[in-house]
Design a protein. Structure first.
Length: 501
């Protein structure tokens, strides 16, 4: 429901905003303990069966917003327990990044086909006739499905002209391309972390707001309040996220929050484009049958988990986030870098030991918007700051599905004009898996494969706040305005060899 204010989005924003306010005002455990009562006031429940459950859920969400893990059911400690480890500016994300508040879970059916009251008891009864397992019969003048026989094939659903038969699936499990969500012994959703790649699609699609991800809002603001310069590295998917505002106004908002400066991650995308173009030209097909892009962490982790034989075929190029972070720290070695973008999986990528020194914090657009709220900053009312867009149109295009493959293909056409480049792409992990299954047959030998975990690309990441279609259009408009078309022309490419060390 990106772009539509719901009770779920309002509660999330309230939690992030209150944590940001507390960070600016200074840590106060008493204030923190009172926040569930501030966010859920009064005596009457608004969203759940009990106001006490509502506050308990908010308490766990506040802990996650501070970067802490959820407490166990039988743990009666304060919501401040362990907080001393998080109220610093060097706190890294600890797994699990994404978790489920069990007492907030609705115990949604995993997978169930049933007949609604729209059944007309028609003469033909096609649902009965077509069922391969004899699970459908007529009971008391209406179709009835025997759940012990039903195999959820959906044939009865397609046969009913009245659309009276529906398939109900657990929303979080339905969107999980890794099939990582099952039920525990009480019917509550549970994440298999051996399968999870932290894409965050379950978080976005849980209507009960039972799924949480950890945040570094407090730690980021703590760093901003220090004497250390803090740079924002903003992903190109920012286009359209904050309304009809300019890049210059967004930069002003960052500066008013206390950031030293703002750098486009699309610059890093240009450098990634050059590296992947070189890798493809040098490796495919002589040394490997195909090459897969590397910029989406959830996609690359999925590929390595499910198709380990393909791990060597995933580009070794550093991601745009990392390249941008290294570029900033090359020029400002004492600075801290905050990646601000659409992706939940980037939080774990930045926590890897090899990357921690490049990216200090990761915030989603949703979290950044809450920090603005805490400081009463309206981007639409901000003045224009000078924002010199140095990234290419291809670098900006990384934010949408197909953009990475197109950028690399364009770079190859410039570097090796006679080279034929075939590409295939997939968005959403289910489709990404299908693409790699086809690759196993040899059909994609000689191809460049682009995978995006989120349907639509980065603009549909778990941390976005605007409708996907709207932001996609905004990215394309920003791409068209770029002075340079191809990433291969980046003026920063002279630093590539140094940044890769």
């Amino acid at each position: 429901m990106r772009g539509i204010e719901t009770s779920k989005s309002k509660i999330r924003q309230s939690i992030f905003t209150e944590v940001a306010r507390l960070a600016y005002e200074g840590w106060d455990p008493i204030k923190f303990e009172k926040l569930p009562y501030k966010i859920i006031p009064g005596e009457i429940a608004q969203y759940r069966d009990s106001v006490f459950i509502e506050r308990a859920v908010v308490g766990e969400r506040l802990r996650a917003a501070m970067g802490l893990s959820l407490r166990k059911f039988d743990d009666f400690t304060s919501i401040c327990d362990g907080i001393d480890e998080s109220i610093i500016d060097e706190k890294y994300y600890e797994p699990p990044l994404i978790d489920i508040i069990k007492f907030a879970c609705n115990k949604c059916p995993e997978n169930k086909v049933f007949v609604t009251n729209a059944c007309q008891n028609c003469l033909e009864h096609p649902c009965v006739e077509i069922c391969p397992k004899g699970a459908v019969s007529i009971v008391n003048g209406s179709s009835h499905i025997d759940q012990s026989k039903c195999i959820k094939c959906g044939m009865c659903i397609n046969a009913c002209e009245y659309h009276a038969i529906v398939k109900q699936e657990r929303p979080c499990a339905k969107v999980c391309g890794m099939n990582a969500i099952k039920s525990d012994e009480y019917g509550r959703a549970e994440i298999d972390y051996d399968k999870c790649v932290s894409c965050g699609m379950c978080l976005v699609n849980c209507p009960f707001s039972a799924i949480i991800d950890k945040s570094q809002i407090f730690q980021t603001i703590t760093a901003i309040k220090s004497d250390t310069p803090v740079y924002a590295a903003i992903a190109p998917a920012f286009a359209g996220q904050f309304g009809n505002v300019s890049a210059g106004q967004i930069k002003t908002a960052f500066l008013e929050l206390g950031f030293t400066d703002v750098v486009e991650v699309a610059i890093g995308a240009d450098l990634c484009t050059i590296e992947e173009a070189k890798d493809f030209t040098n490796e495919v097909p002589d040394k490997q049958p195909f090459m897969a892009t590397s910029c989406c962490p959830a996609w690359s982790v999925m590929a390595k988990k499910l198709f380990p034989e393909f791990a060597p075929y995933i580009s070794m190029a550093l991601t745009p986030m990392v390249l941008t972070g290294r570029l900033i720290k090359k020029e400002h070695p004492d600075a801290k870098v905050v990646f601000v973008g659409p992706c939940a999986a980037k939080k774990l990528e930045a926590s890897r030991r090899t990357i921690r020194s490049d990216i200090d914090f990761v915030l989603t657009f949703e979290e950044f918007a809450s920090i603005l709220e805490a400081r009463d900053i309206d981007i639409s009312e901000c003045e224009e700051s000078e924002f010199v867009g140095e990234a290419s149109g291809d670098g900006i295009g990384f934010a949408v599905s197909g953009g990475v493959a197109a950028a690399v293909e364009n770079a190859i056409n410039v570097l090796s004009p006679s080279r034929e480049v075939k590409t295939a792409r997939a968005e959403g992990l289910q489709n990404c898996k299908k693409m790699l299954q086809i690759a196993k047959t040899g059909k994609y030998n000689g191809y460049l494969l682009e995978g995006m975990a989120c349907p639509g690309g980065c603009v549909a990441g778990a941390g976005t706040i605007a409708p996907v279609r709207k932001t996609t259009d905004a990215v394309y408009r920003m791409k068209e305005k770029s002075k340079n078309r191809f990433g291969v022309s980046s003026k920063y490419k002279k630093y590539l060899s140094e940044l890769e060390k």
